[in-house]
Design a binder for this molecule. Structure first.
Ligand code: SF4
Ligand code: SF4
Length: 111
């Protein structure tokens, strides 16, 4: 059979009953604007640290919501807390506080 170079992607279904949603729930409670993110990526595009390090805030927030939190701590440690993403967000998400609350939740739940 001829190969066209395509492969079947890994199954990306998420079982929310099994996902670790502790961080998402903590952030939602302490920074409600976390809920109105539309994953546009403006924060990531304007991130000061993004030019020098591997940090993608849009992806971090999406993964936290999905409960896929492995590697979050290392990535979020790259943030300089400059707050530029908060100024750029078209939905008014307090992204800097979201990052702070994710950090607090990581400590609180010893993740
Ligand atoms: S800029 Fe705002 S709405 Fe867009 S992905 Fe970032 S936090 Fe979400
Ligand atoms: S606060 Fe952090 S995530 Fe936001 S622009 Fe600054 S370095 Fe990037």
């Amino acid at each position: 059979m001829k190969s066209f170079g395509y492969t079947i992607s890994k199954d990306r279904q998420i079982d929310f009953d099994k996902a670790d949603r502790r961080i998402a729930n903590y952030v939602k409670t302490h920074e409600p604007s976390f809920n109105i993110c539309m994953s546009c990526g403006t924060c990531t595009a304007t991130c000061s640290a993004g030019n020098f390090a591997e940090i993608n805030l849009r992806k971090i927030m999406l993964l936290v919501k999905r409960g896929e939190i492995s590697g979050i701590r290392e990535e979020i440690a790259q943030c300089m807390f400059c707050g530029k993403c908060s100024l750029a967000c078209p939905r008014g998400v307090n992204t800097r506080n979201v990052i702070l609350k994710i950090n607090q939740a990581l400590e609180k739940f010893s993740i």
